[in-house]
Design a protein around this ligand. Structure first.
Ligand SMILES: *Cc1c(COP(=O)(O)O)cnc(C)c1O
Length: 363
């Protein structure tokens, strides 16, 4: 039996989108390939609210995250972490010999404007990384407030992880002054895992050209060169299957409308939060909750493994906590093409399952 996915990636993919993955291959150096990549790029610019260049990567988002700190840091990176994925960005710096400092918030809390200001006013850093939506704790950074601060430092390259939010949450890249905005296909965009996307400013690329040892596969200069000169191609052989499906799915996303999609995600998030307040507790800062994934403190007394097993038998997959929160919390994703009806039926079955397991424990 297929278990419907309510984990924070990969997400459930609609059958018509899956079918597009089976489109016959084309030559990757043909005009057809260029037209496909150009079409994807122009649609993504609309979804992301940017005029910046779009690069694709046949890798999950981690590849472009690693490439970003390597390509755009000349002095030192300031990594602002609000959980596991921010910490990962710091590990990518150290693993690549990129000088970096880690600025961690308490789990479940945001990066504050003061943290960014205090770091940047030292003049030590020429790149910052921010996690817009931290999937491990279900918390969302207040980007408008953070942007007010980092915009005071125009020489700093701003890299933002929107892997678990772009295509669901509202993230106007150009308004927010984001130089490098990274996302993956398998979360809010509603596609299979295996491709990732970044928007990148010209000034970031000009800077990268002066930086040695950028690597090759995730070198943004190389990726942009193939967009500019070929044009709209990929340095090696891209996952064409993803590109066919992405081009198709972006039409669906634009048909729904970026703001409507955002509002649907907010609505779903509110339903899940209400359920969590009634049946358990919310883990993170209530003023900055994620619109795409909810992290719930498990106060049911039932070990999550047991709950998960019972839910799987009913055809659902939800997620345990991440890292340090593995046993303490569980997570429900409300991403991509999920409907209100689907979320309501998941939550109803979850509530019933908790009641059944509690009754068994008592018996
Ligand atoms: C999933 C996720 C990642 C990792 O992305 P991959 O596409 O799996 O490499 C990074 N950051 C956040 C916030 C995520 O949710």
């Amino acid at each position: 039996m297929h278990k419907r996915l309510y984990i924070p990636g990969p997400v459930e993919v609609r059958q018509d989108v899956l079918d597009k993955m089976a489109t016959p291959m084309i030559g990757h150096r043909t005009k057809e390939a260029s037209a496909l990549q150009q079409s994807i790029s122009e649609k993504l610019q609309k979804v992301m609210g940017t005029k910046n260049k779009i690069v694709l990567s046949t890798s999950s988002g981690s590849g472009l995250m690693e490439g970003a700190v390597r390509c755009f840091t000349a002095k030192k990176a300031a990594v602002f972490s609000i959980g596991a994925f921010g910490d990962r960005w710091y590990k990518m710096c150290t693993a690549n010999g990129v000088p970096a400092d880690l600025f961690q918030s308490e789990l479940g809390q945001i990066t504050t404007p003061e943290m960014i200001d205090n770091a940047l006013k030292t003049g030590e850093y020429d790149l910052i990384t921010i996690t817009q939506n931290e999937t491990s704790t279900g918390i969302r950074n207040p980007m408008e407030k953070l942007a007010e601060v980092y915009k005071k430092y125009p020489d700093v390259i701003v890299c933002v992880d929107t892997v678990s939010s772009m295509g669901g949450d509202y993230i106007p890249v150009d308004e927010l002054g984001i130089d490098v905005c990274i996302t993956s296909t398998q979360k809010c965009l509603g596609l299979p895992p295996g491709m990732s996307i970044a928007s990148v400013t010209d000034r970031a690329i000009e800077k990268a050209k002066t930086i040695p040892n950028r690597g090759l596969y995730f070198d943004y200069v190389e990726l942009v060169k193939f967009v500019d000169e070929k044009p709209y191609q990929y340095p090696s052989t891209p996952s064409e299957s993803h590109m066919f499906a992405l081009d198709y799915q972006l039409d669906r996303i634009l048909e729904e409308g970026v703001m409507n999609r955002y509002e649907r995600h907010v609505k779903l998030a509110n339903i899940v939060r209400d359920w969590a307040r009634k049946n358990c507790e919310l883990y993170s800062d209530p003023d900055n909750l994620s619109n795409t994934v909810t992290c719930i403190t498990n106060t049911t007394g039932i070990p999550f493994a047991e709950l998960n097993k019972a839910m799987q038998a009913k055809g659902y997959l939800i997620s345990n906590g991440y890292g340090a929160l593995k046993d303490k919390t569980f997570r429900i994703a409300h991403m991509a093409d999920t409907t209100e009806e689907e979320i309501n039926s998941l939550l109803k079955d979850l509530e019933e399952t908790i009641a059944e397991l509690k009754a068994q424990t008592k018996a």
